[in-house]
Design a protein around this ligand. Structure first.
Ligand SMILES: *Cc1c(COP(=O)(O)O)cnc(C)c1O
Length: 361
């Protein structure tokens, strides 16, 4: 069955490591002699608590999350954090800085406006979000309660290649589409979050890594489920957590560990994206959406300049086993999402397909 798998270039939900899927398959009806599926277990049972604790410990180890930070396993997607972040963090000064470099940071910024005074640290919509501003181009408010940015812009295919310097203003980062793809110095951040369905697990889980002293300052009307402090106090189990997704995250993390940890992921990431950008740059037909120096290692956006040819490319690629290459409606063209679990051979195959298409059209 696994030899019939396609190369799925979808932006999310997206490919998971085959070893994780196969392991889940082998345990689906009877988890390690328990006689039941992880999907059927009480979230408060010893057997599930062990899965939960081990998954959290693995994530802490892999990302080297320091003391003084909590890891939360929440729901409501990455988008839920668009509200949860201002509700909990903006109260300190009533103000926040937002770097708008794409769709999701734009949505987060708009949502935060309900709860405080938002200042745009940058807005790259002037050139179709094809670039990331340099540090010296950021307009920083020293009174901001936090500085918000999105590390990798999934739709536009740009990625910050540096962590912004914001002095005493805590950094808040949406890492939904590049978490676990390289080492990060967690101690530089106040809060990191990610929806799981790009690089970690099935949809339904949102991972939040929060510095303890940022919690407990939520606005008085914050919904209970959206208080970080409550989730910290209850160990992410005020209510039933997304048990199956947490279990799957554990299996993905095993695969990451077996493949060299985050350094290993970074090597694979450079290999995949390097190959793809080289082939696109060397082609006659294709241009990349993102400026050089701002290009994403996870979502490669490109186009021919002709909508008919783009459609032909997407169709013929699918017939050749390279699926879901159609770009997001906001950018058009094509997008190849090459997350951790995309095998290098998948990208090699896509590169050969691009070269052939370039020659024949
Ligand atoms: C996919 C994505 C989101 C939205 O995730 P949901 O879990 O669907 O809310 C937000 N930010 C980034 C960077 C994403 O890639």
């Amino acid at each position: 069955m696994s030899d019939q798998r396609v190369y799925n270039f979808a932006a999310g939900p997206s490919m998971l490591p085959l070893s994780a899927l196969e392991r889940a398959g082998s345990e689906i009806a009877n988890y390690r002699g328990s006689g039941m599926s992880v999907m059927e277990m009480s979230h408060r049972s010893k057997i599930f608590m062990d899965i939960f604790d081990e998954t959290q410990a693995k994530l802490r180890r892999l990302m080297q999350v320091p003391e003084g930070y909590h890891i939360l396993f929440l729901q409501t997607g990455a988008s839920g954090q668009f509200s949860m972040i201002p509700l909990n963090l903006i109260g300190r000064t009533g103000k926040a800085d937002y770097a708008v470099t794409g769709n999701f940071s734009g949505l987060a910024c708009k949502e935060a406006g309900k709860y405080g005074q938002i200042h745009l640290a940058c807005d790259t919509s002037d050139r179709g979000h094809c670039y990331i501003p340099r540090q010296e181009e950021l307009d920083l408010d020293p009174e901001a309660s936090y500085f918000y940015y999105c590390a990798n812009n999934t739709i536009y295919g740009t990625e910050w290649d540096y962590v912004p310097e914001t002095g005493d203003v805590p950094l808040v980062c949406d890492m939904s589409s590049d978490i676990l793809s390289m080492p990060v110095d967690v101690s530089r951040f106040g809060l990191i979050y990610a929806g799981a369905q790009k690089n970690m697990a099935p949809a339904g889980l949102t991972v939040v890594i929060i510095k303890d002293d940022l919690a407990g300052h939520h606005l008085p009307f914050t919904p209970l489920m959206m208080e970080y402090q409550l989730q910290i106090d209850k160990g992410s189990m005020y209510n039933t957590p997304p048990c199956w997704c947490i279990y799957m995250l554990g299996l993905t993390l095993d695969w990451v560990e077996e493949n060299g940890g985050l350094e290993g992921m970074e090597r694979l990431r450079s290999l995949r994206s390097g190959m793809l950008y080289d082939v696109l740059d060397g082609s006659r037909l294709f241009t990349c959406h993102a400026d050089k120096g701002s290009r994403s290692g996870m979502n490669v956006t490109f186009r021919t300049g002709s909508e008919e040819l783009d459609a032909k490319f997407v169709k013929e690629a699918a017939e050749a086993g390279f699926l879901n290459l159609k770009g997001h409606r906001m950018t058009g063209g094509m997008r190849a999402s090459i997350y951790n679990a995309m095998p290098v051979e998948g990208v090699e195959g896509l590169c050969r397909f691009i070269q052939t298409f370039d020659r024949d059209n």
